[in-house]
Design a protein around this ligand. Structure first.
Ligand code: IFM
Length: 449
């Protein structure tokens, strides 16, 4: 059955950061560091989902979704990232999973959605190869408890964004601005993914996937320099994370001054830059049951400026924008999905759109109504794009709206509202928006026999 769902992530909704033995993550540290997030917002309380999860499951039940993608906070389960298991943390996710199953909603947990244990950051974070193995140990702990009831697992969420924003630019936790020196973070996350797949399968997991953030890349013009720059960006954003998983090989990184292994010429070799060892790619490319794809917008790229990177973000113009300023390009989702099929062919497993949605400045009227016609149009048009991709032969098996609830939007704090349900952050009150009702009707019609 096609999965119609919504998605969230632990640090963005749970709150209760100091309860029941949870350890600190890099997002606790980062958000409490003055100036890192807009208005100093933190996830300390967020949507208080840790206490209100029953209400949130009831909201999903009312919505009629048949799947829910959430993330497990590594530090609730292993407060120091490794070693002693915190029973209360694991119990929380077990209660959530059982509550979802009782409500007829398939749980789809993601094991890593950016909230690395601070204790592991203190040991080098994802720049350290050791973290890959520790991630698999954590996956084993969660898998052993829940794999009998959870049919589908996602290892990582958007390893590109975590590498680029967290370690390359320093605008997300852990706040390191290493530019291309962040590249080992790609390999160590992917190795962690591969090892976690093994651990989950050993624990009895039926289906395992990874979620990559993907973007169609448009050259700003037909000029050779723009086309080459677009190819370099496509390599960094898309291929660096899809090729090793689906093809068992890293793409050519020559545009980044990195020499293919064994090739003559200048510059360091790819394996030494990324930290690839014999056998790693076999682990990373073990067969998957799905590729999760998060889509928000295409990216338009022009020739390099003078900042050491082989591309410039030229901005997509001529389209409506969300409250975040992101261009709304529904057909970009069809382009992305058909492009993945064309690029990877038989190597592409079934695809799940694990996130798609938009931020809008939604506030309730005095009567308590939240009207969000832009979100309704956004969802309608993007779902139609998925249907076109399916009609063109792409095996898409699920669509998850980001997000169930307005929540903590990372460096933007509570300023970007992505939810189908409005959250009053002063007291936690939930108000379903007009888009919630629209999506409910859409799902009901789609699932009607
Ligand atoms: O809120 C994020 C989410 O955590 C990961 N994907 C993109 C969303 C919107 O920015």
């Amino acid at each position: 059955m096609f999965l119609w769902g919504t998605a969230t992530a632990a640090y963005q909704i749970e709150g209760a950061v100091a309860e029941d033995g949870r350890g600190a993550s890099i997002w606790d540290t980062f958000s409490h560091d003055p100036g890192r997030t807009r208005d100093g917002h933190t996830g300390d309380v967020a949507c208080d989902h840790y206490h209100r999860w029953r209400e949130d499951v009831a909201l999903m039940s009312g919505l009629g979704v048949n799947a829910y993608r959430f993330s497990v906070a590594w530090t609730r389960v292993l407060p120091d990232g490794s070693g002693a298991v915190n029973a209360k943390g694991l119990d929380f996710y077990e209660r959530l999973v059982d509550g979802l199953l009782e409500a007829g909603v398939t749980p789809v947990p993601t094991l890593f959605h950016w909230d690395l244990p601070q204790a592991l950051e203190d040991r080098g974070g994802w720049l350290s190869r050791d973290v890959s193995g520790l991630f698999a140990e954590y996956a084993a702990v969660v898998g052993e408890r829940l794999a009998d009831r959870v049919p589908m697992w996602i290892t990582l969420n958007e390893p590109f964004i975590h590498m680029a924003f967290g370690y390359g630019l320093g605008i997300h936790a852990p706040g390191r601005a290493l530019l291309l020196d962040a590249l080992p973070v790609a390999h160590h996350q992917l190795l962690g993914h591969g090892l976690a797949v093994q651990a989950l399968r050993a624990a009895g997991a039926r289906e395992v996937a990874i979620t990559n953030n993907c973007t169609p890349v448009w050259p700003a013009s037909g000029a050779e320099e723009d086309v080459a720059a677009a190819a370099a960006y496509d390599t960094l954003h898309n291929r660096l994370f899809n090729d090793p998983v689906l093809l068992g090989a890293y793409p050519d990184l020559t545009a980044f001054g990195i020499r293919p292994d064994g090739a003559a010429g200048e510059g360091p070799e790819l394996s030494s830059v990324l930290g690839v060892r014999d056998g790693d790619l076999a682990v990373i490319s073990a067969p998957l049951d799905g590729l999760g794809v998060n889509y928000y917008n295409p990216t338009r790229i022009s020739a390099p400026a003078d900042d050491g990177l082989p591309f410039t973000d030229a901005g997509v113009t001529g389209y409506p924008t969300t409250a975040f300023g992101w261009p709304v390009v529904p057909d970009g989702l069809r382009e992305l999905l058909t492009g993945l099929r064309d690029r990877y062919g038989e190597a592409l497993p079934p695809v799940y759109v694990t996130e798609n949605g938009c931020s809008q400045a939604d506030e309730p009227t005095p009567e308590g109504v939240v009207d969000d016609p832009e979100r309704i149009a956004f969802l309608r048009d993007h779902i139609a794009a998925v249907e076109r991709a399916r009609a063109e032969g792409v095996d898409v098996r699920g669509y998850f709206v980001w997000s169930l609830l307005d929540n903590f939007e990372w460096a933007e704090g509570y300023h970007q509202r992505f939810g189908l349900v409005h959250v009053d952050f002063a007291g936690g009150k939930r108000t379903p928006k007009a888009s919630y009702h629209w999506y409910r009707e859409h799902i009901a019609a789609a699932l009607r026999p």
